[in-house]
Design a protein around this ligand. Structure first.
Ligand SMILES: O=C(O)CCC(=O)C(=O)O
Ligand SMILES: [Fe+2]
Length: 268
């Protein structure tokens, strides 16, 4: 069990020197109580409406990014990875305009929210049941995807909003602090990309509550553990807002599925 302590913060009207230094040193930062339970519930509802629409209409991708389907503990078909939710949810669109989200750009000067880029705002839904397609996620860096795209690795942030409390009980995000400062070779080969799911002695478990915000540098190594429980107790939902840098690279309906996602689907 990982119980390593790390400092948690509260987001004010600006990012403090201490917060900047923490993020720079460790590659992640945790802000507690960012949204109320009610506000999170409104966002969750909007994704459930979207899920209903996608299931009924058998939509399989958005802008070339596959929608990952699976089944919940009641045998119902659910969406387990939603790409580009911001294009469909007015609640999520409103959140992106919020001052306290805009403020986070100062963690990575020159960054912008990738509303039409990468996979847009992604919602992940992990649940541990036999027919689930998403029970855990192996070690990876988000930036290594740029290498699969054949592009230079550019700094990016992933801003995670928690829809559920998250700890080792439902898997939990594990991060390797400081690894955002490694070179590109290590970024690719430090762990067998996505294949290794093992615990690492240096990992820190992110213990978050519904409504918390946990931000990580895209170059840092991280994984999501598998819950030892099944069904409802194993459920873990989290939304990621990408903050990107570099040339503007919008996607549209004609965009092709990136190679890395085909690869990811092969290995589960
Ligand atoms: O579920 C999480 O907290 C992390 C997800 C993740 O790392 C990813 O989708 O790249
Ligand atoms: Fe990731």
């Amino acid at each position: 069990m990982q119980t390593k302590y790390y400092k948690k913060f509260t987001l004010g009207t600006e990012i403090t020197e201490e917060q900047l230094n923490f993020f720079d040193e460790f590659g992640f930062i945790h802000f507690e109580d960012f949204l109320s339970t009610e506000d999170v519930d409104d966002i969750i509802k909007s994704t459930e409406t979207l899920q209903h629409h996608w299931v009924i209409n058998q939509v399989n991708q958005v802008n070339g990014i596959p929608i990952k389907y699976g089944y919940n503990e009641h045998g119902e078909k659910i969406v387990q990875r939603f790409p580009f939710t911001n294009l469909f949810s007015s609640e999520i669109q409103a959140l992106l305009k919020h001052n306290s989200i805009q403020l986070l750009k100062s963690l990575m000067p020159g960054s912008r929210i990738g509303e039409q880029e990468k996979d847009g705002v992604v919602v992940n839904h992990y649940v541990n049941v036999p027919n689930s397609s998403y029970k855990q996620l192996g070690w990876h860096t988000d930036s290594a995807r740029d290498i699969f795209y054949g592009k230079k690795v550019l700094p990016m942030l992933n801003v995670g909003l928690y829809f559920d409390d998250s700890s080792e009980d439902n898997g939990g995000l594990r991060v390797l602090p400081g690894t955002h400062k490694q070179n590109a070779f290590k970024m690719l080969f430090h762990k067998a990309y996505f294949l290794s799911k093992r615990e690492d002695g240096g990992e820190i478990l992110v213990n978050a509550k519904k409504g918390d915000l946990v931000i990580h540098d895209g170059r840092m190594w991280h994984r999501v553990g598998q819950s030892p429980y099944f069904g409802e107790r194993s459920r873990r939902r989290v939304m990621y807002i990408p903050f990107v840098t570099g040339d503007y690279q919008p996607k549209n309906e004609k965009s092709k599925t990136p190679f890395y996602l085909k690869f990811q689907n092969l290995i589960g």
